[in-house]
Ligand binder design. Sequence first.
Ligand code: ADP
Ligand code: MG
Length: 324
Amino acid sequence: MKKTASFCLILALVLTACACGSREKTDTKTFFLMDTFLSITLYGEADASLYSEVNSIVSAIEAKASRTLTTSEVYAFNHADDGYTFSDEMAMLIERALAMSEATGGAYDITVAPLVELWNIKEATQPVREEAVAEALTKVGYQQLTLSGNTLTKIDPDVTLDLGSLAKGYALEKAKHYLEEQNAVGILNFGGNVALVGAKSDGSPWRVSLRDPFSADRTKGQLSLTAGVVSVSGDYERYFEADGVRYHHIISPFDGYPVQGVHSVAVCSSDALEADMLSTALFVMGQASAAAFYESGMYEFEYIMTLSQDETIVSEGLDGVYTE
Ligand code: ADP
Ligand code: MG
């Protein structure tokens, strides 16, 4: 049900983009990979091989980065006692993720895997026991990791990785580059990570509608962009509710619980990997820390954070770009 709702949004997004452009022909293909819908819309007479190559790019990353595929590099590390030597590509991703952990004071942490597994948001209907959270928390902490060359070692053998917060963003970055090299024009949406590829022939900006976190079939706000990516993290994608509390898939590495008080974060950036990590990180940081982090200028991005039905934070750089 939740999946269907977000799939509708994907289509809505794309339709908006088409309606605002010229009468040029567009075609959309959708794949289910990385546990989410990927939609690829290309303008003009796009060769079918462009879609299948994007599919291959994403599949190849999933094969290395999945936590559940037993042949993946992440699986090998998670089941090793002390460490594992990753491919160049995966080592680069881990390095970027560890830098993000440092920069965000641990709000962003790819060692949240034991908590992700414990909460099992996709299937659960009840919150987990406090003792179980405390126990899982002992296995969480990026400080447990050391990357030396391509070899990642861990102090505690129970430390494991979950790259769910960045894999789609990285796949999007690679797909975008590939399509740009092919001079393609279009819009990609990988489960809430949107990339604008090339420029529309009439020169008009792309319009990206954001979903209303409080209503599955409504949009709230629109971005008008000429390039770049938008990554959205929301508490409405995967969740269950119990006693009035929404338990969802973005987890605080500080207390082990799904983060409360933020409902969605959209990040605009020129880099899809960074945008994906940042949307998760800012969600965990919350209003005050996210604002301070933005002000620090450590990373170049803009953001929109929904705190409640009538409170939305919009960063300065989006003046005239974001409208509600
Ligand atoms: P989505 O995958 O729905 O687009 P995100 O990009 O925000 O949403 O990523 C959420 C995923 O990231 C979770 O499903 C989990 O695998 C992982 N995750 C959860 N909490 C954290 C965290 N504090 N730091 C890093 N990764 C996290
Ligand atoms: Mg993310």
